[in-house]
Design a protein around this ligand. Structure first.
Ligand code: AMP
Length: 378
């Protein structure tokens, strides 16, 4: 890593690859702390680009844009896992880059990620790698049915996934995915899903946020609550596993680990090399939120206090709500304990994450109840 001195202090310029909502919230946190921010994103109306000091509108592999970013920034991070590893490597020739290309390369490919988890003895749902149609038969024998066929690259929010019950269905799904490499996963009867967001710094120090409990609708996160309603020992186990994963990856930056809970067994679902949707509750409910933490770890500052100040329920606002005249913001904002975050996206498409809101209440059940009520009233 280039020897620009650490910590990088306010007044310096931080860069981010990707200008979606995660990049936007990073940009807001960084600017609040007095940093300048450069965003690289090909989309002229990217949510983060609108907030940044400089928006480089170019592709993530554009050599000239990467050079500008690398030369003008003291440190660069990313908001999405599909960033080309070669771009991170190129940037690292100019400035500090976190997370590193090695860790991102593992977790951006579901086949690599699952194999890495198994090789390092982290429990997962039963799985098998599928590289061609002939693999499906033995893969199904290993996972049992029903199973989920998931593309290895570029799947998100339940996209690139198909539930299959027979070999014929698995073949049809594999063809539907253009015969690209996939992972077949046994379908787990989930009791709960939880996640842990953490930050790990260069010296190996680790700060973990409280465990969040997550509910998904059609493969997309719908509601997160913190603290998760699980036993202390299960919560501690999730935190220990997340920390072990970060240590084994030699990870530097903010990352999230999603878990399935079946019975009293914890299984790793996936790792995200960035802040996570299930960590948006930290924006209003923790001493330090996940984006300030991303700034801190990128700048080489001490990690912030991750203490939960209030029980909280976070609800995602998807583009689906814009039909019939749009969301009723007045209903939502009538509540003094609700914090609204909108991402500045122009086009509201079904399934598109447009914003979220956090409901804070000293009583978790009351927070969840109001969250559900507003989810419907919006
Ligand atoms: P993913 O994109 O792989 O995180 O999947 C999105 C959501 O689909 C998960 O959060 C679960 O709710 C559900 N899901 C994914 N894989 C499985 C599985 N093997 N068994 C049961 N549910 C799953």
């Amino acid at each position: 890593m280039p020897s620009k001195s650490l910590p990088v202090l306010p007044g310096a310029t931080l860069g981010i690859l990707g200008g979606g909502q995660l990049g936007r919230m990073f940009t807001i946190a960084a600017r609040t702390m007095g940093y300048k921010v450069m965003v690289l994103d090909p989309d002229f109306s990217s949510p983060a680009g609108l907030m940044a000091d400089v928006h480089l509108q170019a592709d993530y592999t554009d050599a000239d844009a990467l050079r500008q970013l690398g030369e003008r920034c003291d440190a660069v991070t990313t908001e999405f896992e599909n960033v080309p590893a070669a771009s991170l490597i190129a940037l690292a020739g100019w400035c500090r880059v976190s997370p590193g290309a090695d860790a991102v390369a593992i977790v951006q490919d579901r086949s690599h990620e699952k194999s890495w988890l198994a090789d390092n003895s982290f429990a997962t749902a039963p799985f098998a790698l599928v590289n061609n149609e002939a693999d499906l038969d033995t893969a199904l024998a290993k996972t049992g049915t029903p199973a989920l066929l998931k593309v290895s690259r570029f799947g998100y929010d339940g996209k690139g996934q198909a539930r299959v019950a027979t070999l014929d269905e698995a073949r049809a799904a594999f063809r539907e995915f253009d015969s690209q490499p996939c992972v077949l996963e046994g379908f787990v009867t989930l009791e709960r899903e939880v996640s842990v967001v953490l930050a790990r710094s260069d010296d190996g120090a680790c700060a973990l946020f409280p465990v969040a409990e997550n509910r998904h609708e059609s493969g997309i996160l719908d509601v997160s609550i913190a603290p998760a309603r699980v036993s202390d020992s299960l919560a501690q186990q999730a935190r220990n596993m997340a920390r072990d994963i970060a240590n084994k990856l030699g990870y530097v930056g903010v990352m999230a680990v999603e878990f399935f809970i079946a019975g009293d067994q914890l299984m790793v679902n996936e790792i995200a090399p960035r802040p996570h949707n299930s960590g948006h509750y930290t924006l209003d409910a923790c001493v330090t939120d996940q984006f300030e933490q991303q700034v801190r770890v990128l700048a080489g500052l001490p990690l912030g206090d991750t203490r939960l100040l209030s029980p909280v329920a976070m609800v995602n606002i998807l583009g689906d709500r814009w039909h019939n005249g749009g969301p009723h913001w007045d209903t939502l904002l009538a509540h003094p304990n609700i914090k609204l975050h909108l991402y500045g996206k122009e086009a509201a498409r079904p399934g598109r994450k447009m914003g979220h809101f956090n409901v804070l209440d000293a009583d978790l059940d009351a927070a969840l109840q109001l969250a559900e009520q507003m989810r419907h009233a919006l």
